[in-house]
Design a protein around this ligand. Sequence first.
Ligand code: LMR
Length: 330
Amino acid sequence: MKFFAILLACALTCPLAVYAQEEPILIRFSHVVASDTPKGKAAERFKELAEQATEGRVRVQVYPNSELYRDREELEALQLGAVEMIAPSLSKFGPLGAREFQVFDLPFMFPDMAALHRITDGPIGEGMLHRLRLKGVIGLAFWDNGFKSFSANRPVHVPADLAGLRMRIQPSRVLDAQMRALGAQPMTLRFGEVYDALAAGVVDGTENPPSNFYTQGMQDVQSHFTVSNHGYLGYAVIVNRKFWEGLPPDIRRELEGAMREATRYASSIAQEENDRALAAIRASGKTQVDVLSESGRAAWKQALAGVSADMQAHIGADLIADIRRAIEAP
Ligand code: LMR
């Protein structure tokens, strides 16, 4: 009798167990840029690595180009569990209550990528990611894009050239202060809206690394692009905390490994992608590319020198000081 009861229990539960084992865990990874950008490529690389490492127990579905959610919506979707993974630009963490991430928006904060990596690959970056747990998300990694340039429909050589222009910004108080310091009028728009807004003349100009500019076709609607490298744009990859902590530990370990590898890949291609995009902008013949000289950059640094002091209370004076110390340390 007991034997039959076991057999019956098994008959009822075994198919379910097998099904549960075979059904892959789905990671929906939503982002707002094109697939052929540093972030787009790194997301695809993560997919490949994660699916390989887990031998199909995890399936990653990447949704580029705001196909699924746009800027702020994807943050909400992540918190609600409607997607599992996103990689917003560091300028967009305000709605999570993590405005300290806007430290990366401070103009001329990072002299080069090596200085930036001292922060994102070091204890300060680790601490920032760790503190996101309190917001219901887990910060897995920083991914590179690169330094931003200004674009407009007029030559931009000196800060006064932006005076009076409506400049699109990401939703960040620091970027708002930056544009105001230059005499421009900041306008916050979602990334997916920028091309149309430029085409319609709703905004006059914008700032982004070349890869984002070129892959959105902005060379069709902006006559001038000035390589100013005045600020940084990069990402943090974040996951829904409940989802991540509910994963089987072996799967989570594999995914962490895949993320480490995808992060290395992202930093190895970002510069190259931006160089290639800049060459393509030039080759398009539609947008004139100017490069600020070191002395030309000095005028911009001076015009923007007050932004950091004005934003101390917003970002946290200690964090700014810690970052400066870490960058300057021998
Ligand atoms: C932007 O809105 O300009 C960027 O955040 C887009 C991106 O994700 O690179």
